[in-house]
Ligand binder design. Sequence first.
Ligand SMILES: [Zn+2]
Length: 422
Amino acid sequence: MTRRVRIVVVLACVVVSGGVLRHFDQHPIDLTRFAPADASVAPHEPPRGIAGGALLVVSPEVVARASGADASFAWLDILENEYGATRWIRADELSRDAGAVTLAVVSRSAASDIDARALDRLATRALVIVIDVDGSDAARPAHAGSAPIIAVDDLANRVARRRQGLLGSRQTIDKRLGRYPQVREPEDLLESPDSLDREFPDADRLVADLAARIDTLVAIPRLAMHPAGFAGTFLMTHDEDEQGGASTLSLLRREAEWGGRSTVFLVPSGRLWESWSDAEIAEARRLGADLELHWNRFAMPAGVWKVEPYKTVYRLSTQRETLRRRGLEATMNRTHYLHLGSDLSEFFRTLDAAGIEVDATFGPNRAGRGHLFGTARPFHPIDRTGLPSPVMEVPFQTQEDWGGVDEAFLARLFRQSADVDH
Ligand SMILES: [Zn+2]
């Protein structure tokens, strides 16, 4: 082969391979079926908590994960949100447990394990006792020793059911009210179209009513919910959705002028190196923004540099690693398209396995507005085992003006939240 022919052959190969690469860059091969599955970890026993505040008593069976239908552990964040430090013990440890508590809650799972004598002993240590029971409480004494007893009707289960929505018969998320056909979204956890428009946080009201009843009996210090002088707290978060550093910064600068700071959830695509410079990341941080993870459960283009001949779904841990390589240690997530997958327990187990501590995926997608899950307060979802996930869910109330959100709706939500609901 002469030198000239060799050059022609090499050039032809370059042209052909360039054409092939360009073709696949525009029509990437979907390799998702070869993608490794996400790791997942079932919750362990939650930490016992700090002595000196409220005390929750749960049944040993719940701790042994034998009672997935019982949400006794939902009491933990109900109490922590309202009264601060909360500790929990098993009902069979009650006789050995000592020390004063402000408020003792006997969960529904433990209510049948505890007799009148145990209640009397508890009353010598607590200012007030709350018993969570199923149905009528006619058989319960109104007092144990000096401490008043308040009976509530299946409160933790009712609150947990509202906060976590409706699961299918096999604990699955079935397609219901969400509008994206390929996505199991939070709206698919709602029971009826009425639940799509919720100004009234009914789960929070159940708790607020109990706290008001306790207040009429004894004075228990309450946790200040907002900074002194403020009637509320407003959490603002943005999904970056691959808009890149320049456009995100224009938003953050506007917010900084108003004195606000926000969280931005970044899609960790392979193009992050291109769409966000180091200087832009530094500038976002200087403006007070918290850059976190926008978990993308759909296939993303992949390859080398600007040539991306295939696409695949990346594991959550890999997506977190992509951010880490840019100096972003994400511990918070909102999932792209609010895509929960078909198994709610698995969703939170996957977040936990990847090191995510706070999630903000629960909220309206296209159709809904307001307190879809009955609460504006953070909570730890109850796993199918009955144990609480270590991941804290922070629900949100609206995105953009979808679901018919306008200024008047938001004004009502703010006013009611400050004056009545919380
Ligand atoms: Zn998104």
